[in-house]
Design a protein around this ligand. Structure first.
Ligand code: NAI
Ligand code: SAJ
Length: 402
C-alpha cells in the first residue's frame, strides 16, 4: 500500500488522478513545472475545465492530502503524467517523460514503484528502466516499474477515472502485481494484468482503431457526395445490420490524442502500419476537402449573383460541446478558407469560447442571419436548434441536419 505518491504533471489527467488518490486518503505530492499551476492548486482551485474536478481538488487540498510543488520529494510511488506530443515530422516526442524521470531518479529507493501513464510509444517503459539503472545500477531488481495508460474521456473524467477498466503492464511480474495493488486502492473498474509493451501498444491500438473507424465514415462521405447520396441516412440504414456499426463522418479528426497517437505506431512500424497511416491521411484529407467545398461554394455564388457571398463558419472546437481547439480540424478549415478572402466576408462562430486571439468571433445566431452560405463544421448543440432560411446555401459537414 502506498503512503506517499508523487505525480509528475498536473494537467488534464495528472490533476484529476492526484485528486482522486488524495481523496482516498493517500498523501499526494503533485509536481508541475508551471508555477501558476502549482499556486492555483495550492489555493484549492483548478486551472483546467473539467466537471466536478474543482470539488475534488478543493477537498483534497483542504484536508491536507494534496500539495502541489515545482520539485518532487521522496515518496514510495511515482506517477509520470506529462505530455507526449509529436515532433514536426510526426515522430513521437518522449522528452517530457525523460525529463520527469530524470527529476525523480535521485529520489528512488528500494521497494519504490514507478509508473508511466502518459500515452507512449512501444518500448518507452523499458527505455526509462534502462535509463534509471544506468544512473542507479544498485536499484536493479529492487524497484518496480510499470505502464498503465489512461482512457478517460474529457468531460467525464472524474467518473471514468474510478469506473473504467485499466490495463496494467509491468516490466516483470512482480512490478505488474505491485502496480495492480496500487490501482486497486482507488479504481473500481476491472484491473487487467499484462506486460509493459502490451499495455503501451494497447493504448495506441485503442486510439488508432477509433481513428481508422472514423476514416471509414469519412471515406463514405466522400463517395456519397459524388454519388448524390445522403451519407447520414446511409449510415443509419447500414447500422441496422446486427454486425455493422459505422461511426459518424465529420470535418476531420482532432484533439491531442486520436489525431496524434496513431503516429506513434506509423513512426516506429512504417511498413506494417500502412492502413493506420492511410486512415490518418484520409482524416486529414477530409479537412482539406471541406475547405475546398467552401471555396467552391463561394465561387459558384459569385458567378450566379455577381457579388461576393458572406459566409458563416460554424464551430472551431475539435469536437462538439467543448472549448478545446487543440489539433482542431474546424480551426484548420477556417484558417485555410481565410487565406484567400477578405475578413468581412466571413463570420466565425464558436459558442463555447468568448474570444480568440486570431479570429474575430460573431454570435452564432447573428452569423447565420447575416450569411449567404452557412458551413457547419462542428455539431454543437446550439447549432442544432437553429432555424435556417431556405434561401441560404448550407454546407453540412458534421450532420447537423441529419
Ligand atoms: N487529456 C486527455 O484526455 C488524455 C491524455 N492522455 C495522455 O496523458 C498524458 C498527459 O496529458 P494531459 O494531462 O492532457 O496533458 P496536459 O498538457 O494537460 O498536462 C501536462 C502537465 O505536465 C506539466 N509538465 C510538463 N513537463 C513536466 C515536467 N518535466 N515535470 C513536471 N511537470 C511537467 C505541464 O506543465 C502540464 O501542466 C499525455 O501523454 C496524453 O496523451 C491520455 C488519455 C486522455
Ligand atoms: C478510443 C477512444 O474513444 N479514445 C478517447 C479519445 O478521446 P477524444 O475526445 O479525443 O475522442 P473522440 O470523441 O473520438 O474525438 C476525436 C475526434 O474524432 C471526431 N469524431 C469522433 C467520433 C465520430 O464518430 N466521428 C468523428 O469525426 C471528433 O469530432 C474529434 O475531432 O482519446 C482519449 C485519449 O487518448 O486522450 C481517450 O482517453 C478517450 O477514451
Amino acid at each position: 500500500m502506498s503512503s506517499k505518491v508523487v505525480t509528475i504533471g498536473l494537467g488534464y489527467i495528472g490533476l484529476p488522478t492526484s485528486a482522486l488518490i488524495a481523496n482516498n486518503k493517500i498523501s499526494v505530492h503533485g509536481v508541475d513545472i508551471s508555477q501558476h499551476v502549482v499556486d492555483t492548486i495550492n489555493s484549492g482551485k483548478i486551472h483546467i475545465v473539467e466537471p466536478d474536478l474543482d470539488i475534488a481538488v478543493a477537498k483534497a487540498v483542504k484536508e491536507g492530502f494534496l500539495k502541489a510543488d515545482i520539485q518532487p520529494i521522496v515518496a514510495d510511488t511515482y506517477l509520470i503524467v506529462v505530455p507526449t506530443p509529436f515532433k514536426g515530422n510526426h515522430e513521437p516526442d518522449i522528452s517530457y517523460v525523460q525529463a520527469a524521470t530524470e527529476a525523480i531518479v535521485p529520489l528512488l529507493k528500494e521497494g519504490d514503484l514507478y509508473i508511466i501513464e502518459s500515452t507512449s510509444p512501444v518500448g518507452t517503459t523499458e527505455k526509462m528502466q534502462n535509463f534509471i539503472f544506468s544512473k542507479r545500477p544498485e536499484l536493479k531488481g529492487h524497484i518496480f516499474l510499470a505502464y498503465c495508460p489512461e482512457r478517460v474521456l474529457p468531460g467525464n473524467v472524474m467518473y471514468e477515472l474510478v469506473h473504467n477498466d485499466r490495463v496494467i503492464g509491468g516490466v516483470d511480474e512482480a512490478s505488474t502485481a505491485k502496480a495492480l495493488a496500487f490501482y486497486g486502492q482507488f479504481v473500481k473498474g476491472e484491473l487487467h494484468a499484462t506486460n509493459a509493451r502490451t499495455a503501451e501498444m494497447c493504448k495506441l491500438t485503442e486510439n488508432a482503431s477509433r481513428d481508422s473507424q472514423i476514416a471509414f465514415a469519412n471515406e463514405l462521405s466522400l463517395i456519397c457526395d459524388k454519388a448524390g447520396i445522403n451519407v447520414w441516412e446511409l449510415i443509419q440504414l447500414a447500422n441496422k445490420h446486427p454486425r455493422v456499426n459505422i461511426l459518424q463522418p465529420g470535418c476531420g479528426v482532432g484533439g491531442h490524442c486520436i489525431a496524434v497517437d496513431p503516429y506513434f505506431l506509423t513512426a516506429d512500424f512504417p511498413m506494417e502500419s500502412r492502413m493506420i497511416a492511410q486512415a490518418r491521411e484520409t482524416n486529414n484529407y477530409k479537412s482539406f476537402w471541406c475547405a475546398d467545398k467552401i471555396r467552391e461554394a463561394r465561387k459558384d455564388f459569385k458567378l450566379k449573383n455577381n457579388r461576393e457571398p458572406t459566409i458563416a463558419l460554424m464551430g472551431l472546437a475539435f469536437k462538439p460541446n467543448i472549448d478545446d481547439l487543440r489539433e482542431s480540424p474546424a480551426k484548420y478549415i477556417v484558417q485555410r478558407v481565410l487565406q484567400d478572402a477578405n475578413d468581412e466576408e466571413y463570420f466565425i462562430a464558436e459558442p463555447n469560447i468568448k474570444e480568440h486571439n486570431i479570429f474575430k468571433l460573431t454570435d452564432y445566431q447573428e452569423a447565420v442571419e447575416k450569411a449567404d452560405i452557412v458551413a457547419f463544421l462542428v455539431a454543437h448543440d446550439e447549432f442544432k436548434c437553429l432555424v435556417i432560411n431556405n434561401s441560404k446555401i448550407v454546407l453540412d459537414f458534421c450532420g447537423i441536419k441529419k
